[in-house]
Design a protein around this ligand. Structure first.
Ligand code: GLN
Length: 272
């Protein structure tokens, strides 16, 4: 089997994946330990028998639905290559829109920034890499997530992030210029939970009571005690939750409330 033959296996993933060709490329790069560019410049290179067997095993697991990020153990987010495992949410491209908004809301050189429910560390590490003068605290309740975020921090070599274990604000002291969170926000009855990658992600990272709003509401309520005067709270939320999130923020007397869209033109990010 040549690299080009392996790429032609994309059809096998048509029923499983929205992006079969991209999945194949990532699985091939993982198997061959090479870049995507290499695939295109070495199309006629043969796979060794060992590589072919490994690649075919990965394809079979992908056909059964396992996310590509779990098969390769990594996921690109912002400019970073993050280690990923089944203990946290897989970082989504749409969450980059939250990173972009955070950088825009807070142009200041020195700031304390808190990321609640950090998972792989994606948001905190992206912000820390863009703003070396910020000090970030990244919190997660799940010990395995804390270990993963800390591992990612060390691999990237960022000194301006502290990863702490605890439930939301529990391990946190003092006040922040910016609090960000991509908390669980899916309604426990949402049929979307039975489809695609989410089936392989921990429910604790996905679902929240009260139609997905419970954690957003809790964080918004508590954040008032942890924000400096004029500080910003910035959330990712469900595609259909913007009006409800705006309302709950207004009820808590937040102001300058705004919402932005994700890459798919869904209202996805709200700040106040
Ligand atoms: N956006 C993710 C999804 O719909 C969920 C992320 C989350 O719950 N924070 O799959």
């Amino acid at each position: 089997m040549k690299i080009s033959d392996a790429q032609a296996c994309a059809g096998q993933l048509a029923a499983t994946s929205d992006s079969p060709a991209a999945d194949i490329e990532l699985l091939l790069c993982h198997t061959l330990e090479c870049s995507r560019t290499f695939l295109f410049t070495h199309r006629d290179d043969p796979l060794t028998a060992h590589q072919q067997a490994q690649f075919e095993r990965l394809i079979q697991r992908r056909i059964l639905g396992e996310p590509v990020a779990h098969l390769t153990g990594s996921r690109g987010f912002w400019t970073l290559d993050l280690e990923v495992n089944a203990t946290t949410l897989i970082p989504r491209p749409d969450t980059e829109c939250l990173v972009e908004k955070a950088l825009e809301l807070l142009p200041s050189q020195a700031a304390r920034v808190l990321d609640l429910g950090t998972g792989t560390g994606a948001i905190a590490l992206a912000l820390a890499s863009e703003r070396p003068t910020w000090n970030l605290v990244a919190v997660d309740r799940v010990p395995e997530a804390v270990a993963l975020a800390e591992k990612n921090r060390q691999r990237i070599g960022l000194e301006n992030v502290i990863v702490s274990e605890g439930s939301w604000f529990e391990p946190v002291a003092g006040r922040f210029e910016l609090i960000v969170s991509n908390p669980p926000y899916i309604d426990p009855d949402d049929p979307h939970l039975g489809q695609g990658d989410v089936r392989f992600e921990p429910l604790s990272a996905l679902i929240a009571e009260d139609h997905g709003l419970a954690d957003l509401r809790y964080i918004a309520s508590e954040a008032r005690h942890y924000l400096v005067d004029g500080g910003w709270l910035l959330f990712e939320h469900g595609y259909d939750q913007a009006v409800k999130v705006q309302q709950l923020l207004a009820d808590l007397h937040y102001h300058e409330i705004g919402t932005a869209q994700d890459y798919g033109a869904n209202d996805r990010i709200t700040w106040a």
